[in-house]
Design a protein around this ligand. Sequence first.
Ligand code: B3M
Ligand code: ZN
Length: 676
Amino acid sequence: MKEKLLITAALPYANGPLHFGHMAGCYLPADCYARFNRLCQKEVLFICGSDEYGIAITLSAELAHRSPKEHVDYYHALNINLFARLGISFDHYSRTSWEGHIPVVQQFFLDLYQNGYIEERDSEQLYSSKEKRFLADRYVVGTCPKCFYEEARGDECPNCGGNFEATDLIHPRSKLTNSPLTLRSSRHWYLLFDRFQERLQEWIKKKRWKANVMHFVENYIQDLKPRAITRDSDWGVPLPFAGAEKKVFYVWFDAPIGYISATKEWAEKIGKPDEWKKYWLDSTTNLVQFIGKDNIPFHAIFFPAMIMGQNVSYKLVDELPANEFYNLEGKQFSKSSNWFIDVDDFLHTFHLDQLRYTLAANAPENQDSEFTWQDFFMRCNVELVGKFGNFAHRVLTFIQQNAAGKTPHCFALEEEDKVFLETTSHLMQEAKQNFEKFQLRKVAQIFIEIASLGNQYFDQQKPWKLLKNGDMRSRLQTILYLCMESLKSLAIVSYPLIPTTAEKLWYFLGFSTPIIKTGWEEGKKKRLQEGTLLPYPERLFPKIEPNQIEKEKKKLLDMTKQDLSLEPFKEEVDFSAIEALDLRIAEVIKAEKIEEKTKLLKLEIDLGIEKRTIVSGIAKFYSPEALIGKKVVVIANLKPKKIRGIESQGMLLVATNGKLIKLPECESMPAGSVIS
Ligand code: B3M
Ligand code: ZN
């Protein structure tokens, strides 16, 4: 029977864009592992989905003036899109807000309840009389009980780093309305984690996880306490009985169950609704869960305890590859402080496999690591182009030019040929073991080592010298054949890391069945078909110019200089307020500065129906000459107003972040067009 593998990657919150840090830490390692095991022809199911409940999400949604549903719909779509572009090969990507998730979570709770692991408790929670609701965690701000910093959050203090309950804050107030909060009794359900201590200890003892993970987990288990698994909110999985209205499960209770419900959704999708059981309810499944280090307690302790309290025996996690953090040029990736790399931008300029290789070669496996442009440059040019690409290119073009573009024949091997083949094969085996141990950095290193070995062999054998000697024809063929053998190994080893490029190389070697369909062992055994007419090879990777990297570094720095103090949203308005506005496209026909030193320009514009004069404060960003002939958006029904003695008959609309000003783009529309 085939070995069965269920691979999961931490469910990302649908609460903000994902960045390279998430990719390097969790999703790319999980993807490489899934691809590797598929290549080894194991039965692989790779599952993930968006984590869509929780207080952090309702708060962000409220701050952005949208409903939680709109908020998660937006980020869920963004997550899907990003994973697709990075070639993350999930078999199914679900979301915790799909309806099938609810009964699974509720049943988990009911089993725990029946088995005596749940306790109801009344406790004092912070209540806002103004908002008429309980406020939890991040909805609360107040004075830190430890250092008296006045802007501490409900769960921690950014000033002293202290951790506490929201109820410990001095003068707690609502983050949204600033209104004071008072204590009110609220009923919550607690999961008695302490009751699982012995079973968890027994179970964890047998694990062979990374030392830091083991150490952390063993310590954590010493001091397990009951924890509230419900919250006062209406966004989340509801409790399965009456009398618990406005209560939902805590996001860390429902999210891990999302792995199971996502698998159920997958089974439904493929039209075999019971197929999920083959993975979750069969002890022979190997369950491998990829996570970031901040998720360790939930996957190594809480979720296993929740499973131990069930009436059904679900799989407990077997392997828990937990990576450290991945930063950007020395600082954490952060969209809000403009320290990130725009993925669209990146993939527009560079090749996806350049990124996948760099992230894998530098993955934060045993300590934090970082993306730097310099490292990217070096890996792309020195390793991907200089070693791997170069070897492929010189061998394949040599064959095109000197061996009629056909797979050469392999004649008798000499000692050095055998050593070359054996060393390559040995390195491949080593790469395989490292894939199995989640050591992508090491795999990447071995991959480049195989390429270097190929280059050395080619240099030592000097096939170009043999060209001149007709008697050496068979020797020449053998050498080229063996170089192609080495390229074959490179394609196989690199497939999980850089699948597109590996398949391309495979095709250049004259194979018509893709590597992934051929398999690791089969591919290794498969003979190159001597005499096959080979396709003309392209370069596998382009070389990156130093100025491209300088440009990227500058872009990053420039971004941080932008002012991020964007204005908060204004009060809601009725549709009538929008209808009342007459927005039009106009063409600028004349433009001049009012006085040399002001930022004001006097514009003459054509609204299609009539011409007007308007005064606009954009002189710092647009010269009069640049504006002539440009289409702009104006408010056409604004009462005229005198500015510096000139009657401005309308107003020009611009985009601004307080520092920069840009005119919206609408060149293709004729003057007079209505904006609605
Ligand atoms: N959404 C946390 C995170 O993205 C969380 C993981 C859930 S896994 C069940 O770090
Ligand atoms: Zn503090």
